[in-house]
Design a protein. Structure first.
Length: 150
């Protein structure tokens, strides 16, 4: 597996791996915007650099101009539990460092995203708080952060 910056021609392949119950017009618009701004990280198969197996979307200027936010990580269903999400998380940390962020944040839906929580904690992220009703679906979202630049 290789991680690279997504290109405009990757948009449809990214949309194809999003579970249908999560595929909203808002997510598609954000995906397109972050691909165009070179803020989408793509996990691709080693032997086929166009075979998308996961992606992560990184927002700039989260809370202030020193923080970045790993907004979304999506892994193709048949690739889950194969460390693709962890590799995307590691790549997001390196991306944030390269751009001079002081902190990288991500969130997990408290009730269902245990794998994301474990991946973040094993990468050094620490719980930083929670937000109720952060997204339209409601519920509690745990926020994790990692200092990436001193």
């Amino acid at each position: 597996m290789k991680i690279r910056i997504a290109r405009p021609e990757d948009f449809d392949c990214c949309v194809d791996i999003v579970p249908q119950d999560l595929l909203t017009s808002r997510l598609k618009a954000r995906l397109g915007y972050l691909i165009m701004s070179r803020s989408a990280l793509l996990a691709v198969e080693d032997d086929n650099l166009t075979a998308v197996i996961g992606f992560g979307l990184v927002e700039h200027d989260f809370f202030d101009d020193n923080g970045m936010y790993l907004r979304t990580v999506v892994v193709k269903e048949d690739q889950r539990n194969s460390k693709v999400g962890s590799k995307l998380l590691e790549a997001a940390v390196e991306y944030a460092k390269r751009l001079g962020a002081r902190r990288l944040f991500f969130d997990t839906y408290a009730e269902t995203e245990e794998a994301s929580k474990r991946a973040g904690e094993s990468s050094g992220f620490k719980p930083s708080g929670y937000i109720e009703n952060m997204h339209d679906e409601g519920g509690r979202y745990n926020i994790y952060s990692l200092p990436v630049f001193d």
